[in-house]
Structure formats: structure tokens, C-alpha cells
Design a protein around this ligand. Structure first.
Ligand code: SIN
Ligand code: FE2
Length: 212
């Protein structure tokens, strides 16, 4: 069992419990509803095998993270089904980035993950970005989830951090290169997400900027 006094997180990891209050969470859900009205959730699949991920996805911003059987993990400027640009990043997410990222340029991508019943996310490192100096900033909405954070090597020990609606997580510095995932969603505990489950919004910088 985790012991708060001795738990040590990789440097650059930050957890802001209830960063967004309930009104701000509802506002974000409205923004997601508006976004996915134009850029509907789609079913991503693993490269080569075509195995579906357990989450469905969409994106905000100039770039969106996508994956399919033929071309695998990548960023694209258009939705894979509608071929239209992704919806603009909501201002409150840009404000969050400005507040917690410590990074001089805006995020280019905001992945929207929708975890429905039994969805999870295997341990992985976010490494499809050219710019790893910028942190990953993510928001949890709806049902709670058990987030797992390990080290830079596959197969190492992980720690569990229960994330609730409105929480923000930052993976910067060393934590930017660390394995992480979602081992469980406590499905049905929150009524925030219209058709149930958990929404995770993950902002990332993709292309490098010159050091300022
Ligand atoms: C991810 O690492 O892509 C998602 C993390 C989360 O859902 O909290
Ligand atoms: Fe990730």
C-alpha cells in the first residue's frame, strides 16, 4: 500500500486536486460536447494488429493524435473520418496550460479520451512529440480513475494516484519520459459526463520552438 510520507514521484510530476470546480467542469463538458458535435469520437486501433483501444477519441487544436492499422501513431491536422480540421482548443484549457505548463508556446494538440465501462489505458510513454521539454498537461472529468505512474523503464514499479473529476496532472521534467496509464475507471460514480464514464483531456506540444 502506498505510504504518502515515503512515496516519491518522479520530478516534474504534479497533481492539482480539484483544479476545476464543478461549474468549470460543467463548462468543459459543454466545450467537449460542442467539439465532438463537429469532430465525433472515433474508435482508434493499434498499429499493425488493428486491435481497438478501449477508449474512443477526438481532439481539439491545430494537431490531433490519431492511430490506425496502416499508419500507426501520429499527429494529423484533420479528423480521420470527417477530414475536417479539429475544433479550436477551448480558452479555459489554454488558460490552464498557461498557468501550469511553465512553457512559452501554446499546446498544439489536446487529445480527448472517453473511457466508458471497462475502458483503461495500458502503460506507455508519450513519445510521438518532437518537443519533450514541454510537459503533458491533463484534466480528468467524470468518473474517478486509478492513474499509474512508473519510471522511465518498461516493467518497473508503478504508483497509483486516484484522479477525480476536476483534477489536473502535469508530466514534465523526468516524469515526461515515464511510463503511465489508467488501470481502472470507477464507472458510474459521477453524473457529469452525459453518457457516463470519464473524459480525459491531454494537452501536448508537438513541434519544438527555439529556446526563449
Ligand atoms: C494518457 O496517458 O493518454 C491518458 C491518461 C489519463 O487518462 O489520465
Ligand atoms: Fe499518455
Amino acid at each position: 500500500m502506498g505510504d504518502a510520507a515515503t512515496e516519491k514521484f518522479p520530478s516534474g510530476f504534479a497533481h492539482y486536486p480539484l483544479y476545476f470546480d464543478i461549474a468549470a467542469q460543467r463548462h468543459l463538458i459543454e466545450a467537449v460536447k460542442a467539439g465532438v458535435a463537429d469532430a465525433p469520437f472515433y474508435q482508434p486501433v493499434m498499429p499493425r494488429t488493428g486491435t481497438p483501444l478501449s477508449v474512443v477519441m477526438s481532439n481539439f487544436g491545430p494537431l490531433g493524435w490519431v492511430t490506425d492499422k496502416a499508419q500507426g501513431y501520429r499527429y494529423t491536422s484533420v479528423h480521420p473520418k470527417t477530414h475536417m480540421p479539429w475544433p479550436v482548443l477551448p480558452q479555459s484549457l489554454q488558460d490552464l496550460w498557461d498557468d501550469v505548463s511553465g512553457y512559452a508556446a501554446p499546446p498544439e494538440a489536446c487529445l480527448i479520451n472517453w473511457y466508458r465501462e471497462d475502458a483503461k489505458m495500458g502503460l506507455h510513454v508519450d513519445n510521438d512529440e518532437h518537443d519533450v521539454r514541454a510537459p503533458v498537461v491533463s484534466v480528468s472529468l467524470g468518473d474517478p480513475a486509478m492513474f499509474r505512474l512508473g519510471g522511465p523503464k518498461r516493467g518497473g514499479k508503478t504508483q497509483g494516484i486516484k484522479l477525480f473529476s476536476g483534477d489536473v496532472v502535469v508530466l514534465g521534467g523526468e516524469a515526461r519520459q515515464c511510463y503511465h496509464g489508467v488501470s481502472k475507471v470507477y464507472y458510474g460514480q459521477s453524473a457529469l459526463v452525459p453518457r457516463g464514464g470519464r473524459i480525459n483531456l491531454t494537452m501536448r506540444r508537438v513541434n519544438e520552438i527555439d529556446r526563449v
